[in-house]
Design a protein around this ligand. Structure first.
Ligand code: HEC
Length: 105
């Protein structure tokens, strides 16, 4: 059972963003971010006292699939809600939005 769960998680982490070459999907992701994420992560995604900065290098180093997984599963014990209730393609739009937050060096 545990192994199946691990395999399922691994499979999710390996997934490729179906919208990766669709910059036209970004505005939708930005809108969703504003509605569902900004209250904790800040309008600019750079974090607030409630939630971490999403432009950080460590986070941007994750694969699209891993970001998708974090959005889907959340971390309820640490106050990051699960967003498995929003349609998959919208979650991928959010991944695009997170990619757009890369810190200026
Ligand atoms: C109620 C507040 C809240 C909302 C709303 C929220 N988050 Fe979070 N988020 C958190 C907290 C708190 C953490 C840190 C959890 C932890 O320590 O693991 C987090 C962590 C994350 C992480 C992992 C960050 C890391 O450093 O590992 C990602 C990615 C993320 N959130 C994306 C989103 C997205 C995208 C949305 C909107 C769909 C969203 N969050 C909405 C509170 C929130």
């Amino acid at each position: 059972m545990k192994i199946l769960l691990l395999l399922a998680l691994f499979a999710q982490a390996e997934r490729v963003n179906p919208l990766a070459s669709r910059p036209d999907a970004l505005p939708g992701g930005a809108k969703l971010f504003k509605q569902k994420c900004a209250m904790c992560h800040g309008e600019d995604g750079r974090g607030t006292s409630k939630a971490p900065d999403l432009s950080r290098d460590e986070l941007q180093a994750l694969s699209d699939g891993e970001l998708f997984q974090k959005i889907t599963g959340g971390n309820v014990r640490r106050d990051m809600p699960s967003f498995s209730n929003i349609p998959e393609l919208q979650r991928w739009q959010l991944v695009l939005k997170l990619r757009s937050l890369v810190k200026a060096h």
